[in-house]
Design a protein around this ligand. Sequence first.
Ligand code: S3P
Length: 189
Amino acid sequence: MLVLVGLPGSGKTTVGRQLARRLAIPFVDSDHAIENRLGCSVREYFEREGEARFRDIESEVLNDLSQTHAGVLSTGGGSVLRPENRQYLRERGRVFYLRSSPEEVFRRLRYDQNRPLLQVSDPMARLRDLFDARDPVYKEAAHYVIETNRPSVSTLVNMIIRQLEQIGELPTNLKTGTASQSMNANARS
Ligand code: S3P
């Protein structure tokens, strides 16, 4: 299992989806899995039940997914906050931190209304605080850090694939079973 962690808006879902397509392995986003379980949006649940309740569900879903999912897992930005979550993800997968600056995230998310943590009067200040608090935690959770101040999603996907190639862990070795040939061909393109 390949796991992407990082701030909201760092590109985890977009990069994760494309990475999974390139490697021909399944993709799941933990926030979507949580929404399926809850039957409502993350934002709605956050507002109604509060962050602590959300973190409990998030932890359960991450525990389940990290035991069953053989593919790419994109996580919600707060997934690494609890030490037990970091442990599940690190032990059960290869964890990549998509490291974006608060300024970069702000540029991407300025009009987004789905991120409950950013529905505040000064989202830029909030992002700086989140970055300061979480950057060390993402680093602790991750095996690899990918700086996202790069031009395109496909560049980031290639960086991750190159990293996997270097350590001899393209998904043939990742319990995925199928589709490794086309993946190897793509990885070199
Ligand atoms: C959160 C990030 C969100 C979502 C929830 C909390 C966070 O996911 O899980 O709103 O604490 O950073 P994204 O990183 O996909 O926005």
